[in-house]
Design a protein around this ligand. Structure first.
Ligand code: XLS
Ligand code: NI
Ligand code: NI
Length: 437
């Protein structure tokens, strides 16, 4: 372990809700039982290496502002190892028990894959030691298939077969190191798996290649005994103009079409949902309805700006809606809440990493408590159940179970002229929910 990267910061304390201390957990109490389960096991927080350690906070108009005194800016192996030390010091002091990374976040891209793999092995060995000494675990790993210029037109969907080949080999290695680090999952986010223009794109071939790419990964995971969960992370655009994995519904259709459904769950990111024109709770609800809920990239965005701004999720009302869906889906098994979020460019001091994560953790802790209270109250769930009560009779059951045909329905419908309809009571329910939390 190198010298402390955050020498002036201790493990973040727990403080009273009314405390004026700038840094401290007001709501997150890892061991507190909610619905019989410890808060930390409900929330399963993770920090994203790419934002926490590799994001200098540059924007399209200006250079990096983040102060990282532990990082000399080089891609020397010694710098990579020091950076890993800083990261594990950070997550430990912030009471975060999991992490996520891309291969190229932790070790540099060299001239050849062989050389990149060699350096990756060195850093992975170091991270394994750090995991053992801190108890921090790997939530998921992934490969960066979008930054290098070779991926300019996609990885699995590149028009060049050599690029597909390289991407497959890169994923092979990323799967091996995720397995080596005991990762509980592996994410595919297809940043450039789409197109900038249809004028030069063979969509049929690209989609088929992407499916083949995913099948290759499934086969290889099986071959090496990697039992972690595979996830697809939907996002509609940026950097592509259209991404094939544009939202949860598109992902599910794609996976079904190419016989991949059994191998994948979804990793839902708030700001991606809003870019797709949905809410994050919509995407989570669809996952729940289809048995494909997996993990969450927790962030938030500025909805009217149209970019993936990856802000920290600090709005407890949004977290309440998310936790309601997550609890209803049965909670996380392999997944967790990964802060795929970056500080604002003006929050450039090392301590801002702490403020940002603590704010997100407290917002979710509060959201969890609120969601549990709404569930314990039970009135809203009862209302929804009753709203569909007509389906519980023999006609409803008959339709649901496919025992009734169109002629029979016609016979029932032809002479009906009176309707028993009930108010949806949306505003009453919203007010009720607000009164509970
Ligand atoms: C980018 C994605 C990315 C994935 C991992 O928008 O959110 O960070 O989570 O490749
Ligand atoms: Ni993400
Ligand atoms: Ni994102």
């Amino acid at each position: 372990m190198s010298q402390a990267a955050f020498p002036d910061i201790d493990i973040v304390p727990f403080v009273e809700q009314s405390s004026r201390a700038p840094l401290g957990f007001r709501h997150y109490r890892p061991e507190e039982l909610i619905e019989g389960k410890a808060m930390k096991d409900h929330l399963r927080f993770a920090s994203a290496y790419w934002h926490t350690m590799r994001n200098g906070l540059a924007d399209p108009f200006g250079s990096a502002t983040a102060q990282m005194p532990w990082d000399d800016g080089s891609d020397n192996i010694s710098n990579c190892l020091r950076r890993a030390d800083a990261f594990f010091e950070f997550v430990t002091k912030c009471r975060i028990e999991r992490w996520c990374f891309h291969d190229r976040d932790i070790a540099p891209e060299r001239a050849t894959l062989r050389e990149s793999n060699r350096d990756l092995d060195t850093v992975v060995a170091h991270c394994k030691t750090l995991q053992q000494s801190t108890g921090v675990r790997l939530l998921w790993g992934t490969a960066c298939l979008f930054a290098h210029p070779r991926y300019v037109s996609g990885a699995g969907t590149s028009p060049r077969v050599e690029v597909f080949t390289h991407a497959a080999a890169q994923v092979k290695k990323a799967l091996e190191v995720t397995h080596e680090l005991g990762g509980e999952g592996y994410v595919f986010w297809g940043g450039r798996e789409g197109y900038l223009s249809l004028i030069n794109t063979d969509m049929k071939r690209e989609r088929e290649h992407l499916a083949r790419f995913l099948h290759l990964a499934c086969d290889y995971a099986k071959a090496i005994g990697f039992k972690g969960q595979f996830y697809i992370e939907p996002k509609p655009r940026e950097p592509s103009v259209h991404q094939y994995d544009s939202d949860a519904a598109a992902c599910l259709a794609f996976l079904s079409e190419f016989d991949l459904r059994a191998h994948f769950k979804l990793n839902i990111e708030t700001n991606h949902a809003t870019l797709a024109g949905h809410t994050v709770e919509h995407e989570l609800a669809l996952c729940r309805a289809t048995g494909s809920f997996g993990s969450v990239d927790a962030n938030s965005g500025t909805d009217h700006c149209g970019w993936d701004t990856d802000e920290f999720p600090t709005d407890h009302r949004l977290c309440t809606k998310m936790m309601l869906e997550i609890l209803a889906a049965g909670g996380f098994t392999t997944g967790g809440l990964n802060f795929d979020a970056k500080r604002r460019r003006e929050s450039f001091e090392p301590v801002d990493l702490f403020y940002a994560h603590v704010a997100g953790m407290d917002a979710f802790a509060r959201g969890l408590k609120a969601a549990a209270a709404i569930r314990a109250d039970g009135r809203i769930a009862e209302f929804v159940k009753n709203r569909y009560a007509s389906w519980d009779g023999s006609l409803g059951k008959g339709i649901e179970q496919g025992r009734v045909n169109m002629q029979e329905l016609e016979a029932l419908a032809l002479d009906q002229s009176a309707w028993h309809l009930e108010s949806g009571r949306q505003e009453m329910l919203e007010h009720m929910q607000d009164g509970i939390v």
